[in-house]
Design a protein around this ligand. Sequence first.
Ligand code: RIB
Length: 297
Amino acid sequence: MAKVTVVGSVNRDVIVTVERLPVEGETVLATSTREGIGGKGANQAMAVARTGTEVTLVGAVGDDEAGARLRSVLADAHVDVSALAAVTGTGSGTAYVFVDVDGQNQIVVEQGANAQVVLDGPALDLVRSADVLVVQCEVSDQVVAEAVTAASAAGTRVVVNLAPYRSAADVVALADPLVVNEHEAADLLGRPVAGATDVRAARDELLALCRTAVVTLGSAGAVLVTPDEVVEVASPTPPRVVDTTGAGDAFVGVLAAGLASGLSLRPCVEAAAAAGSLAVQSPGAGSGYPAFHLPRG
Ligand code: RIB
């Protein structure tokens, strides 16, 4: 059976809804506040699970009440949490997520236990034995680099979601694919990237940095860049946008599940774009994901 290992973050998301997001120096009033599970690693693992694919999350929560709750939500979502540590004396990661009436968000993350993730022997075995490894950048640079290096050496395919952006040339070089949004692509390339035309223009630069790349364009879909082709993939228009939080993570998780099941990149990106469009129709991140479908190979 196809197997994905995700190395990444788990957060308690504190979701604050507002009429509109504040500009610099401005105070706005909340219309509601609630809590849910988040963290790019947890969201991506839950997205993988929602395709029916076997998935293990390597990460850490605090030894607090939130940590126990996050672990149980993940387990209920069919994510293997046997490699999810509980770090003594540390709080679980917390993300403050502000969502406006159009479903757009701003997020600030307090790393908490995510900063303490380490890869021990069993965790490295999970990385090496997976069909696909997924990493993002809410755990330490060292952990991301160790996981990617171990996976690559073992022949495990590596999906790198460079979010939040950080400079990590060695990690990016092994990505197949690298998944970035337009902001992260701009940070990577050192100039603004807006829309498919800019991605097409950056084809050679992207391929000099990584094996393959997927640049997500929000509601406009994504562009897949490989040595053989540059393909624009449209995103189905959702009937309504409730909350865009975690839509990018649904995209990454479904992409990874597709690759693990043996699909080639293009149908995986198509399924991922469809998943992103579904994810924005429900509130919150990972635990709000519906079932995602992979095309037949
Ligand atoms: O990508 C969305 C996620 O980013 C949120 O769930 C939040 O926890 C932050 O990690």
